[in-house]
Design a protein around this ligand. Sequence first.
Ligand code: PMP
Length: 353
Amino acid sequence: MSQYWSPAVRELTPYVPGEQPREQLVKLNTNENPYPPAPGVGQALRDYATDHLRLYPDPTSAALRKALAETFQVADSQVFVGNGSDEVLAFAFQAFFCHSAPLDVPAISYSFYPVYANLYGIELRTHPLDANWEVDIESLGSAPERSGVIFANPNAPTGHAHSLASIEQLLQRVTDRVVLVDEAYVDFGAESAVTLIERYPNLLVTGTFSKSRSLAGLRLGYAVGSEELINGLQRVKDSFNSYPVDSLASVVGIAALNDTEHFETCREYVITTRERTRQRLESLGFEVLPSKANFVLTRHPDHAGAQLFAGLRERGILVRHFNTPELNDFLRITIGTDDEMDSLIEALQVICA
Ligand code: PMP
């Protein structure tokens, strides 16, 4: 605590990201993609003329938004881009949820949501997950007074995904406020709600290049929604930072979007490895929540989460352990390459023996 901090800063509880270790570890803790970005990304970097760096980037990121619009079959004016989807989410909280009523959010979800809510003074109304650790989508938005609804699909850190039909039912109920679906992990097996934006002007879908496009180090995220929602995000962006997307990031992002084949191949690998890992964990006695994401949430009836985390860390394998009452028993394990998952299973065999 410092005397120089403003009262608002004293009240913050910042998000704590997963560790980025300096030593060589099998890194299965922050849901990065184990496969490299598309080959076109390297080419785009090599072709980039350094002299471009003299100039500010296009403040509207028109070329990148066009490439995303083509990918999602929407108009350019229905796409917003930012410095990682975390930034896009932060803008969305400010643009749409700063009303006097609470924001509806699943009780267990992406832990940045409460941080943004705290930053902007937004009250949260949390909805417990059901007995299967699934978001109770019917309860979201059910109270008459709310500033909006936000949830991740697939959810983090559970990996469960809702069908498009159940998301549409929610949209039929909540028409007066923004419903934000965070699709950071959608490409690993869930259905995207982008196809619903034409019919629901209050639906905002966010996504990222960090996971299925293997570009977490670049910081690129986006939102797709009606023009009026995109304009709302732009108003916040242009009151904060005119140029959140570097010209280099824009060129690289376009190259990644252009390589559909690489994208499809890598996500198939991740999905196949996830299912293989699930079976192998189950054969060691773990309970594994069904996942449509590039991670699994798992626990063992005889071994505490913290103990498993420490045992893996000693053996050079880093996973994520959340020190909260609900998730204390669990580990969240990112799906790596088959070799990395072999190392994980071998280490768990020893720890659980
Ligand atoms: N949403 C969810 C659910 C996430 O898990 C993450 C990654 N931590 C993000 C958004 C943010 O991803 P990025 O800022 O890398 O786009």
